[in-house]
Design a protein around this ligand. Structure first.
Ligand code: HEC
Ligand code: HEC
Ligand code: HEC
Length: 483
């Protein structure tokens, strides 16, 4: 049989041939470009060149919104019905290319970057649709990941690490810690000799008082005065970037100086009042000897008192929660629901802010990213008096930015949020999804994440935190004998 040039068979064969060659060429070119890019990235570029290339990409594709001084073109903004300005505002609130160490640990910025590379949701689609070249290519993502030491695959857990036990103290440190513990339970730090640190941070209650607002020394009406914000836990706070919801204390020592001189909490008011406290403590021979042994001739002062308390607080670490055992390789340490909850927690970006060993404490974040936390968490007649970081810096940009709380032992630390207005963990989780994650979730997701958070209850003094009794933690002299 002879091919007829006009026969369908002839044209069919030619067409097939052309398609085949085209397909091979296309496939080869994709493979080759991917390969040359990879080869270039992994073997031919120095770390400095990778960093330069990554920064050039970020400058070109991200700086319009996340740079230090983004300029919004008013015509374009008008054309986009104001969306551009909204994008820039949102971007400035969540991530800055230069970082801002007064607001975040660098680690948290990198985790956020990794998440956006994993999710491939930056720049926002509504922006790349108009700015074609601004889309991040797979190669771009690889360069950025390599430059910043991030994994180049998706959803690896670089977010949360197990919490290490407090280091075993030397004999000298031990004496300081013991002294700090006595002071932590000592009501003489208050004007009424009735309130100690432990009154509001009870170690048998997850390091909190389980009250919406803490009760301090009585006011003029004879009733306990209430603090303005909920008391956070004292467990695992040593590696927070700073202390308090607004971060006004740089570290635990500085923090410990706060409550005694807080007129609402322990009742003293001015720095000279430390003399009163020191004089009271100096009447206690046991304490005098302990201070001398630990601090030599530095005496009993605000400085030595707070240093000892901080040393004790540094030991308030709760390792070996079921979740830590799981992270360390014991697959069966948590339930299937808790595992599913952990995956949801990762997938929804909860772990960027609640990251590190303490699962929090690494950054200040807005509480109204996608919707306002207060309107969801607090009753309608709720009077707000706390505005987060702004209360300390007086900078309007910092309004509604709060230092992220740790989620360790969170099942024991109700009620929740700085408002102390949410009793159930499940409700707190639901509110967090609404305010911090723009993607929809099911009731099952909420239940599973709540279950997961229950696996974060760790151990202290050899016991699970929810089983601690006053006898396990309280110095003998402050244990009220049972009737
Ligand atoms: C058109 C403006 C715009 C551009 C361009 C843009 N972003 Fe964003 N970015 C936003 C907005 C808005 C948010 C906050 C809302 C959100 O997370 O969706 C955000 C949030 C982020 C966050 C924080 C997310 C988190 O999970 O906490 C990171 C990190 C980020 N962007 C990285 C990038 C990178 C990297 C680029 C460049 C490849 C980029 N963005 C380009 C607007 C932009
Ligand atoms: C009357 C109740 C009360 C007393 C007494 C009290 N605290 Fe607090 N504590 C609070 C409240 C409320 C906050 C949150 C205040 C804020 O952020 O503005 C807090 C915050 C803290 C924090 C910060 C935790 C974090 O995550 O930022 C630490 C640490 C702490 N207290 C330790 C102590 C120590 C040590 C003492 C004794 C010297 C003490 N507290 C006495 C109620 C109290
Ligand atoms: C952008 C950072 C950020 C992200 C993302 C985030 N959180 Fe939070 N989370 C916070 C801040 C800030 C607070 C404190 C809010 C307040 O008290 O007003 C908080 C508080 C909480 C609390 C209450 C803790 C307490 O002791 O009061 C829980 C529970 C919680 N978050 C769970 C989650 C879950 C679950 C997710 C994921 C859906 C999540 N968070 C995502 C920043 C974040």
């Amino acid at each position: 049989m002879k091919f007829q040039r006009t026969s369908p068979l002839f044209y069919g064969t030619v067409l097939l041939g052309v398609c085949g060659v085209g397909a091979v060429v296309a496939a080869l070119s994709i493979l080759l470009t991917a390969n040359t890019d990879d080869v270039k990235l992994y073997t031919q570029m120095t770390p400095e060149q990778v960093k330069q290339e990554a920064d050039a990409i970020i400058q070109a594709k991200c700086a319009n919104c996340h740079g230090t001084n983004p300029t919004v073109n008013s015509d374009l903004n008008h054309l986009s019905f104001g969306l551009l300005q909204k994008h820039v505002d949102g971007a400035q609130r969540s991530w800055l290319i230069e970082g801002d160490t007064s607001l975040r640990k660098k680690a948290v910025d990198l985790l956020k970057l990794y998440r956006t590379l994993s999710k491939q949701h930056m720049p926002p689609t509504s922006y790349t649709m108009v700015h074609w070249g601004s889309r991040l290519t797979p190669y771009d993502a690889k360069v950025i990941a390599k430059a910043y030491g991030l994994p180049d695959d998706k959803n690896t857990n670089v977010f949360v690490v197990p919490i290490d036990p407090a280091p075993t103290p030397s004999a000298d440190q031990l004496a300081k810690i013991e002294l700090g513990k006595l002071l932590y339970y000592d009501p003489r730090l208050s004007t009424t000799n009735e309130i100690s640190c432990a009154s509001c941070h009870d170690l048998t209650k997850g390091g909190t008082d389980n009250k919406p607002k803490s009760e301090g020394v009585p006011g003029a009406d004879g009733k306990p005065q209430l603090g303005g914000v909920n008391a956070p836990t004292v467990f695992n706070t040593a590696n927070h970037i700073c202390q308090f919801w607004d971060g006004r204390a740089a570290n635990l020592k500085e923090q410990a100086g706060g409550p005694p001189l807080n007129p609402v909490e322990m009742g003293y008011a001015k720095p000279e009042d430390w003399d009163d406290i020191s004089a009271k403590l100096a009447q206690d021979q046991d304490l005098v000897m302990r201070f001398a042994a630990v601090f030599g001739d530095r005496g009993i002062t605000a400085d030595t008192i707070t240093e000892a308390i901080a040393a004790f607080e540094e030991t308030l670490v709760t390792p070996d929660s079921p979740f830590d055992l799981y992270l360390n390789g014991d697959e069966n340490a948590i339930t299937p629901d808790q595992k599913a909850g952990w995956e949801t927690f990762l997938a929804h970006g909860c772990a960027t802010c609640h990251s590190g060993a303490a699962m929090g404490g690494g950054s200040f974040e807005y509480i109204n990213t996608f919707s306002d936390l207060r309107s969801q968490a607090a009753p309608a007649d709720y009077q707000e008096g706390a505005f987060g970081r702004m209360d300390f810096t007086k900078d309007g940009k910092h309004k509604d930015m709060f230092r992220v709380p740790t989620l360790r032992n969170v099942a024991l630390t109700a009620p929740y949020f700085h408002t102390g207005s949410v009793d159930k963990l499940e409700d707190a989780v639901r509110i967090m999804f609404a305010t911090q994650s723009a993607t929809p979730v099911t009731d099952k997701d909420i239940t599973q994440v709540t279950e997961f958070l229950k696996s974060l209850t760790g151990r202290y003094n050899g016991k699970s935190l929810d089983e601690l009794t006053p006898e396990d933690v309280t110095p003998a002299k402050y244990l009220t004998p049972k009737p």
